[in-house]
Structure formats: C-alpha cells, structure tokens
Write a protein that binds this ligand. Structure first.
Ligand code: FES
Length: 160
C-alpha cells in the first residue's frame, strides 16, 4: 500500500501532536480516502498496522462517521441534512429535488460517477438551514433553485 509523499508528511507530523497513535485515526482515514476515493480493505489493514489497532477497531470507527466510506462513490458526495432545523426549512423537499435532478436515491451514485447522494443527520449548519455538504464544502440557506446552481457548478467542475 503506497500513499503520496504529502500523505506521509501529514501522517508523520500528526503523530507528533498527540500522546497516542490512536488519536490520529480519523484524520488519517480522511486523508487516505481523499487519495484513494474510499477506504478499501487494503487501506484499513495498512492504517490498522501503522496505528497498532485491529482492522475491526478501524472499521468500527469508519462505521460511525458518515463522511468515511468503504465503498467507491461519486466524485462529489452530496449530503443533504433532513434533521429538525433543516426539515423545518425544506430539507426534505431539497432531498427529493436532488433525487429527481440526479436520478438517484440515498447512498446511490450517478452512472457517470460524478455524484452520489446521501440523506444525513445534522451537519452543524442549523442556523443557516437547510444545509448541504458536498465533500468538504458547506452550502446553506438553500432553495431548490440555489441547489440547482450548486449542482451545476460541481457538474461543470467535474466535467473538466
Ligand atoms: S439540522 Fe441540518 S444542519 Fe443541523
């Protein structure tokens, strides 16, 4: 299993910031996922080995975080919050709109591999509900029209 030089630099640096190796598990998984698109079995084994954990311990952590995935998914992961604040301000309609527009449902990927869609719990943008997270970017105070513009932007970026 080979990661980039940038990954190795970040990994070595992170290890110096925490008292235990285990503390760097989540950021390490995120950096690895950024490189490989998802957390494969091979990545899990490698990270477990490096941090002196079992593969099961690593999998348990992955299952807790919706931003981590063990399955390949689209380039842009559209996470629509339908938790209470967002629900009261149109989050469910927004999700329905995304499903129609992208032609996919929860945890599915578009045939071109560009988008996948996920209904998620609170993403911390309640004051600006309804909120959506696409990879690491937040989009807030959304309407279906604004959501279309957001998706258009990603489609344009992804087509390059
Ligand atoms: S309820 Fe949607 S961001 Fe908090």
């Amino acid at each position: 299993m080979k990661f980039s030089e940038q990954f190795e630099t970040r990994f070595s640096e992170m290890l110096t910031h925490y008292p235990t190796k285990r503390s760097v598990l989540v950021p390490t998984l995120l950096y690895a996922q950024d490189e490989t698109g998802y957390v494969s079995d091979e990545v899990i084994e490698e990270i477990a080995r490096r941090l002196a954990l079992t593969a099961l311990e690593v999998r348990n952590v992955i299952s807790y975080y919706s931003m981590l995935t063990t399955k390949p998914r689209g380039k842009y992961n559209v996470q629509v919050c339908t938790n209470i604040a967002c629900m009261l301000r149109g989050g469910e309609e927004l999700l329905e709109h995304c499903e129609k527009r992208l032609g996919i449902g929860h945890k599915q990927t578009t045939p071109d591999g560009l988008f996948c869609l996920e209904e998620v719990e609170c993403i911390g943008g309640c004051s600006w509900a309804p909120a959506v997270q696409v990879n690491y970017d937040f989009h807030e105070n959304l309407t279906t029209e604004k959501m279309d513009r957001v998706l258009d932007e990603y489609a344009k970026k992804g087509a390059v």
